[in-house]
Design a protein around this ligand. Structure first.
Ligand code: KG4
Ligand code: ZN
Length: 334
């Protein structure tokens, strides 16, 4: 079979990224231009600033990518682009760039759902084995998805309120840690002890409860003139969050009788989560996969990898493709 080279484009949040991936698994070259240094001045991503930066960077990223890969646009088989969910202004820039490249080159356009991209980040390490449960934990999502085969997705659970990454970032903010706080909380969590009375019985299926518990605890201690032990609070918080996620995931694995788990999204970089899930999966004889750290947070490599499997299933879009900010498309994946 002829080799398939996909140009992936990702601009759903604050990373402008393009990548070329061969046959859904072999990275040829990737550029990720992160805007974190700009947004951290505001304590979070400012959508208007993000889209303006995407506009300024997108053609530069394409030129750099082609030069790094030593390829021309003619060498590409198809273009895969994140069309949603994400920040609408940011998504529009990637979608418009993809449509333009498709129009100019005549190459097919493949719409990729951001979360599907995160899941297929695992395919860059080893071929996904089905059936599987995918645990997606990111800044915008906390979801359990059942996959019978490639490109078949059934959402079986998720958070009722905040996404876990969002919860990490808010807890980091209240502790005075810089955006994005997830990795900083993770680091401190390894230095402290689980000492704080954070109760997890009421927020089994929700993260806003634990977030509020941390915020209230910090405010109450401050009002009493007590200093917070950040390390201990991070350890306590991380233990609770990891406990909740692990419990739900292992339950889903049992109920759906699968022996494969893939973990995806920015929070899959979390060392506490990696340790606990690996331990539980070993006990139950479940094969577990995490993406390489560089593919955990947003990147176009995962989008190009996912697009290859959409290509195999003849999932294409025409030039009317539009960006979608919200996540109403799960039902269309089945
Ligand atoms: O997947 P991602 O890059 O963007 C979305 O699609 O949302 O995920 C970003 C999220 C942020 O909330 C960030 O704080 C979190 O992933 N994150 C982590 C870690 N590394 C990134 N959270 C906890 N521990 C980490 N090590
Ligand atoms: Zn993401």
């Amino acid at each position: 079979m002829k080799d398939v080279y996909i140009l992936g484009i990702e601009s759903s949040c604050d990373e402008t990224s393009m990548s070329i991936v061969k046959n859904g698994s072999e990275e040829i070259a990737t550029i990720v231009l992160s805007q974190i240094d700009i947004h951290k001045n505001y304590g979070g991503v400012v959508p208007e600033i993000a889209s303006r930066n995407h506009i300024e960077n997108i053609t530069i990223v394409l030129e750099e990518l082609l030069s790094k890969a030593n390829m021309k646009l003619e060498d590409i088989t198809a273009i895969g682009v994140t069309y949603g969910p994400g920040l609408i202004g940011s998504l529009l820039i990637g979608v418009q760039a993809a449509k333009t490249i498709s129009l100019v080159t005549g190459k097919p356009l493949i719409p990729v759902h951001h979360i599907i991209g995160h899941i297929y980040a695992n395919n860059l390490k080893e071929r996904l084995t089905f059936p599987l449960i995918a645990l997606v934990v990111s800044g915008g999502h906390t979801e359990l998805i059942y996959m019978k085969e490639d490109y078949s997705f059934t959402k079986i659970g998720g958070t009722l309120d905040d996404a876990v990454g969002e919860c990490y970032d808010k807890v980091a903010k209240v502790l005075g840690l810089e955006y994005p706080g997830g990795p900083k909380v993770d680091k401190l969590a390894h230095l402290g002890k689980d000492t704080y009375p954070l109760d997890d019985s009421t927020y089994n299926f929700s993260f806003s409860g634990i977030k509020s518990a941390v915020i209230n605890l910090v405010h109450n201690e401050e009002q009493r003139g007590n200093t917070i032990n950040k390390e201990n609070l991070c350890t306590t918080f991380q233990n609770r969050v990891v406990g909740i996620i692990t419990k739900k995931t292992m339950k889903a694995i049992k109920e759906y009788k699968v022996s494969n788990l893939v973990v995806a999204g920015g929070v899959s970089a979390n060392s506490g989560l990696r340790e606990k899930l690996t331990e539980e999966c070993q006990k139950e004889n479940i094969h577990i996969s995490f993406p390489e750290l560089k593919y955990c947070t947003d990147n176009a490599t995962m989008i190009a990898a996912a697009a290859y499997f959409a290509y195999q299933k003849n999932i294409f879009a025409d030039l009317t493709l539009n960006a979608m900010a919200t996540d109403t498309i799960y039902k269309e994946w089945k």
